[in-house]
Design a protein around this ligand. Structure first.
Ligand code: AMP
Length: 191
């Protein structure tokens, strides 16, 4: 099994690079943001619980997020591996994910951090907003989501770095070049 985490602020290019990783390595993609959006769109019990907090650009509680993540992993017992996207965002989530992987006899092999500056991210999201009109990219919530990443979420990275599981890739530049860099990193992993 090959289990990876793609990490970076909103607008870093995680979606594009995830698609390529899924295709190249046959990974099962689990995006907690997509799952939460599905629940709110379909007005499930969970969706009703998290809607307000998502709309404000804040993080959903660890308990709710970890439970949803576990359930999704367990739905895919035959997966060749997983690509986690948008998770973990706290050290407690990272530890819960390690425990889950261990219980399955596997582990997180690497965290691929797409390194992008705050300024670049703001410019990219402004462009994407014009094209997609995503509700949670509305400018009043945008600041919150970006701040959340640069002030809080990044603190997960040292957890992986200390264990030699962090691979940082420059996320600014040509999309194909970034993909090649990620590919090189993944190919070098001992699986
Ligand atoms: P994303 O598309 O990954 O930016 O996620 C959209 C929203 O879903 C976030 O702003 C949070 O409210 C919520 N969310 C997604 N993943 C997590 C997570 N790992 N922990 C807590 N909240 C999350």
């Amino acid at each position: 099994m090959l289990n990876l985490i793609i990490f970076g602020p909103p607008g870093a290019g995680k979606g594009t690079q995830s698609e390529r990783l899924i295709e190249n390595y046959g990974l099962c993609h689990i995006s907690t943001g997509d799952l939460f959006r599905w629940h709110t769109k379909n007005d499930t019990e969970l969706g009703q619980k998290v809607k307000e907090i998502m709309d404000s650009g804040q993080l959903v509680s660890d308990d709710i997020t970890i439970a949803m993540l576990k359930e999704e992993v367990e739905k895919n017992p035959d997966a060749k591996g997983f690509l986690f996207d948008g998770f973990p965002r706290t050290v407690d989530q990272a530890k819960a994910l390690d425990n889950l992987m261990e219980s399955m006899g596997t582990k997180i092999h690497s965290v691929i951090e797409l390194k992008v500056t705050e300024e670049e991210v703001r410019q990219r999201i402004a462009k994407r907003k014009e094209l997609e009109n995503r509700v949670d990219d509305a400018s009043d919530k945008l600041d919150r989501r970006i701040s959340e990443y640069f002030n809080k979420t990044v603190h997960v990275l040292p957890y992986y770095e200390d264990q030699g599981r962090l691979s940082t890739v420059n996320g600014i530049g040509d999309i194909d070049d970034i993909s090649k860099e990620i590919d090189k990193t993944v190919s070098a992993l001992e699986v």
